[in-house]
Design a protein around this ligand. Structure first.
Ligand code: HEM
Ligand code: HEM
Length: 426
């Protein structure tokens, strides 16, 4: 019998690794700068670097540049191995990489120059939207091509998570980006009023679902068992929570529009589906944590596993809190306050950030056939990050709830007791 020989493309993984780290640093630094701008307005350094322009730069940089490149890094390494095949096309992989970096640079430049559609998480103007759609299709062809030429018959659950990301993000991005260009960098949305809001938050919420959750769960199902050297706790559970998650997530968007002019039935629908989301979300969280059964002694020593444990725990916390925030009476208190910001960062920094840090620490020594430069430094990173998230989130919860309660105070005459917004943040 002839032994078939083939090689995986590790170069593309290394390229995405560099991009993830680079954009991570940029995104976090911009986060730090806008955080400083809140109490110290003098950090608004000229028109291009005001809070209004840098905030969307932060969100785009961390979500699409840091987490985006991180997803592709994790995907290109794991998919080749899970499918036992080199990527369908090295050329498409390169176009994917350079196309994505070009989009990021174009996004950064246009945002600081003030070009924006003003739709949250979809601020980029129409030429960049078209580039995103094209690059996404390139990834799609590359992924489907690899799946078709695979040598492993069974498609492991991580691959299903990647496919759901590919399809849904494409649909969300294209439908939400229907717009009428009036000049090279100016367009108007094709939707108006309530329809615009509904489409926007159907997109916005599912960006959380299919950009910050499903691909990262796919990565979790590959890297966590690998790092712990344990099989997934329950493969059946992974399949069940996958289908339940993707079915339920897509309907939950209206929880961003509670108490708005969106029809009441749509708001209630959003609430009901958001509450149901606890089940599949916690299915994934528990499956991740229980995979570590019998490996907790390793967690004590291995920084990679430590990052994964905090990441999966943060995922559990954010997906418990999210459904609570979707209940109208809770949202009446939390909406417009810093509570939301705390929720966002437990999810985005805790879950996404820590998953990617763990993956980077596990993968880099393998890619370069070496050992970690300093385990001590990795541990220091872990503790700094974990404490950082706690110091970030806990005061914001406190402040957010206080803010919400202050807005509910009335004088005996029936007038707001704290009419000036600044009184609630100082
Ligand atoms: C060093 C780490 C980070 C810092 C210092 C930071 C800081 C900030 C600040 C100051 C804001 C604006 C809050 C406001 O308007 O009151 C913000 C918003 C936001 N950040 Fe971060 N951030 C960090 C990491 C991340 C990461 C890793 C992600 C995602 C993967 C992320 C996603 C977001 C999102 C989505 C918003 C907008 C939230 C909303 O509109 O409700 N951040 N961040
Ligand atoms: C079961 C899962 C979840 C549910 C039901 C949920 C629900 C919610 C709700 C109700 C809000 C506040 C809406 C408002 O008052 O404006 C919110 C905001 C947000 N959540 Fe979650 N959440 C979930 C998980 C997550 C996770 C895991 C992440 C990050 C990885 C995340 C990221 C965000 C972001 C970025 C926002 C701010 C959106 C904005 O700009 O206004 N959520 N979520």
């Amino acid at each position: 019998m002839e032994v078939e020989k083939f090689r995986y493309d590790n170069q593309i993984v290394r390229m995405f690794l560099f991009a993830t780290i680079l954009w991570g640093v940029v995104g976090f630094l911009v986060g730090l700068l806008i955080a400083l701008q809140l109490p110290f307005p003098s950090f608004n350094l000229g028109e291009m670097f005001t809070f209004g322009r840098l905030r969307p730069l932060h969100t785009n940089a961390v979500i699409f540049a840091f987490v985006g490149n991180g997803i592709f890094l994790g995907y290109y390494y794991s998919a080749q191995r899970l499918l036992k095949a080199r990527n369908y096309s090295d050329v498409l992989s390169r176009i994917h990489f350079w196309g994505w970096q070009l989009i990021i640079v174009a996004a950064a430049l246009t945002l600081v120059l003030g070009y924006t559609t003003s739709k949250e998480y979809a601020e980029l103007e129409w030429p960049i939207d078209i580039m995103i759609a094209l690059v996404w299709v390139v990834w799609g062809i590359n992924m489907i091509g690899t799946i078709l030429k695979r040598r492993e018959k069974h498609m492991y659950v991580a691959i299903w998570f990647y496919i759901s990301t590919l399809i849904t993000v494409a649909v969300l991005h294209i439908v939400n980006s229907f717009e009428m260009p009036v000049s090279f960098l100016k367009s108007y949305s094709l939707y108006a009023g309530v329809q615009d809001a509904l489409v926007q938050w159907w997109y916005g919420h599912n960006a959380v679902a299919f950009f910050l959750t499903t691909p990262v769960l796919g990565l979790m199902y590959y890297y966590l068992p690998k790092a712990a050297q344990r099989p997934v706790y329950s493969y059946k559970l992974s399949i069940i929570h996958f289908w339940a998650l993707i079915f339920i997530y897509i309907w939950a968007g209206p929880h961003h529009l509670l108490y708005s002019s969106t029809p009441d039935w749509a708001q209630s629908l959003g609430t009901v589906f958001s509450i149901m989301l606890i089940a599949p979300s916690w299915g994934g969280m528990l499956n991740g944590l229980l995979t570590l059964r019998g490996a907790w002694d390793k967690v004590r020593n291995d920084p990679v596993l430590k990052f994964f444990v905090v990441a999966v725990t943060a995922y559990g916390m954010a997906t418990f809190e999210g459904p609570m925030l979707s209940i109208k009476s809770v949202n009446a208190l939390s909406h417009f306050t810093d509570w939301t910001i705390a929720h966002v960062h437990v999810g985005a920094l805790g879950w996404n950030g820590f998953m990617l840090f763990g993956i980077i620490y596990w993968l880099t020594p393998k890619l370069y056939k070496t050992t970690l430069f300093s385990r001590k430094l990795a541990n220091a990173h872990f503790w700094l990050g974990t404490l950082g998230i706690l110091f970030y989130a806990i005061p914001l919860y406190w402040a957010g709830i206080t803010q919400g309660l202050m807005w509910k105070q009335f004088t005996p005459e029936g007038v707001l007791q704290y009419p000036n917004f600044l009184e609630t943040v100082l």
